[in-house]
Design a protein around this ligand. Structure first.
Ligand code: COA
Length: 320
């Protein structure tokens, strides 16, 4: 038995910020951002929150699956930008969906958060602990950016994607995951102000910092390796895969992975042009875009892969 995705949904903030708008506020250019990353615009939350977008994406995914919230027995939200320290985003989603029978918790694995969530849902189903699950990736990264730092703020966006999973005879075929805490300094956000009177030199509020080149090197080395291993475990050839849905960080990373995998880049759909990097939200959001465009047929083989802060990475091969 395995977890099978039976519904998808997504949510994006209404406000769109183009590269040209950023050009007017920062020492950057549309040309620089497009040529280095592929990003043209991103959605930025003004009234929306991580929870409101997670709920909207979840409601659409449940509708797409033809399921009610009360049927869920597991809700996982991959996020690094929950609105509250606690209760978790997942518990707030549970409340909004009246999913009283579900166990709900958040998971911090940065841009691999959705992949890690899928692995947990699959393990719950294999062990008999769940029949129906909701796995969400939701982020409001805009609140974690220094909007004066052109090297980071142009890269990220806000949004959420959700999937409903059901225990079935086909679905997740293999999962590969990894973490490398020793290289965690490459992508960091300390966003808590410390005002504890017993602590000297309390930390000021801080924003996302990234060694872009280190993250780039990590991604182009690790992702093809993880996908290859996942394909081997699933006894599936890359040529049999219809789509490779990768974390939407940078078009150059995606093209480099396609080349290393010896696969046509057309098999790697993207939406980073419109959305930027939404961390845990990016893979489920892209999956929903593809699903709603009617591009998936039951039985298709798909690869999902996420990578980022931690460092963390995950790849999955699944039957749609
Ligand atoms: N606009 C204009 N210039 C910018 C800029 C911006 N938004 N951001 C940085 N620059 C400048 C730098 O200051 C630097 O200037 P200098 O040469 O005068 O010092 C120059 O551009 C080159 O910077 P560098 O960081 O070497 O660029 P790069 O080619 O490595 O591209 C990234 C930067 C971030 C696009 C690239 O490293 C990358 O994509 N890394 C992966 C990041 C990622 O995907 N992270 C998320 C993973 S979850």
């Amino acid at each position: 038995m395995a977890a099978r995705i039976i519904g998808t949904g997504s949510a994006l903030p209404e406000r769109i910020v183009t590269n040209l708008e950023l050009e007017a506020k920062l020492d950057t250019t549309d040309e620089w951002i497009r040529s280095r990353t592929g990003i043209e615009k991103r959605h930025i939350a003004v009234t929306e929150t991580t929870t409101s977008m997670a709920v909207e994406a979840a409601e659409k995914a449940l509708e797409n699956a033809g399921m009610k919230g009360e049927a869920l027995d597991l809700i996982i939200v991959g996020t690094i930008s929950g609105d509250l320290c606690f209760p978790s985003t997942a518990c707030q989603v549970q409340s909004a969906l009246s999913a009283a029978n579900a166990v709900a918790f958040d998971l911090n694995a940065a841009c691999a958060g959705f992949l890690f969530g899928l692995a947990i849902a699959d393990a719950y189903m294999k062990s008999g602990m769940a029949e129906n699950a909701l796995v969400i990736g939701a982020e409001t990264l805009s609140k974690m950016m220094d909007w004066n730092d052109r090297s980071t703020c142009v890269l990220f966006g806000d949004g959420a994607g959700a999937t409903v999973l059901k225990k079935d005879t086909a679905g997740m075929m293999s999962m590969v995951q990894g973490s490398d805490g020793q290289r965690g300094d490459a992508l960091v956000c300390r966003n808590r102000e410390v005002n504890n009177p017993f602590v000297q030199n309390g930390r000021e509020i801080d924003y996302t910092k990234m060694d872009g080149q280190a993250v780039y090197r990590f991604a182009v080395r690790t992702v093809p390796r993880a996908i290859t291993e996942a394909l081997q475990k699933a006894e599936t050839e890359a040529d049999q895969v219809k789509y490779f849905l990768l974390h939407q960080a940078n078009i150059r990373i995606i093209e480099a992975v396609a080349k290393k995998m010896n696969q046509p880049v057309e098999k790697f759909p993207t939406n980073l042009q419109e959305c930027g990097n939404i961390s845990a939200g990016s893979v489920p959001l892209l999956l929903d875009f593809i699903n709603r465009q009617g591009k998936l047929t039951r039985g298709d083989k798909i690869v999902l892969a996420g990578f980022g802060g931690g460092l963390t990475w995950g790849a999955a091969v699944l039957t749609w």
